[in-house]
Unconditional design. Sequence first.
Length: 273
Amino acid sequence: MENRKSFFHLHLISDSTGETLISAGRAASAQFRSALPIEHVYPLIRNRRQLMPVLQAIDEKPGIVLYTIVDQDLANHVDERCKELGVPSVNLLEPVLATFQAYLGDRSRRRVGAQHALNADYFRRIDALNFAMDHDDGQMAESYDEADVVIVGISRTSKTPTCIYLANRGIKAANIPIVPDVPLPPSLLSATKPLIVGLIATTDRISQVRENRELGTVAGFDRSHYTDRANINEELKYARALCARHQWPIIDVTRRSIEETAAAIVALRPKLR
């Protein structure tokens, strides 16, 4: 019986991609230690025919049902059927839409996938994503002044995933590794537009991540030197001194998720020149 209490089924129904639901469901689930969610995601559910097998799956594996469906009739059908099945259901969008409607004095358009419109903001994010990929790990250093943010840090401080996450916010981010005795490109030091941020972590954390990194058989690579704590400590000291010399803000990512690191960088954005 105890094993049965170690998990629960979480059904996520969306008439769009389901990104909002997944984030909300995981945020709520993370607040409870007694059980882990088994996620069942059903995206692009826009009519009763598509909804029928979803409701059948809920009947077979009862659990919490979260949904974002703007079509009122379809949303009502989900609620009614879940009530018949004896499972809780929550329309995450409805109370938010009601609040917006009351405050703005306007009715919702009830348009499916409105947040994914191919507008200027969408293409700005795509442009930022291409920029992050082109400027990963010190590439295309000559165009750093086109960046909104440049992240510097020693190996395994989550520079690349942070840049990708920022790109999804429409922020052009580049990253460059800090290696002792290897000078940074002059184009970085002369850049006037980007916010330059240094990422660090504890010696133990970086050593742990490096030990689990698969680098293959790169010529001249010395794994023992790469994971040695004394060597990592020297790298961190060098990185701290470099950032202090140029007055670049430093963020410790030891206990931060990628999302939290990106949020800390976004909070520094007023410093963008």
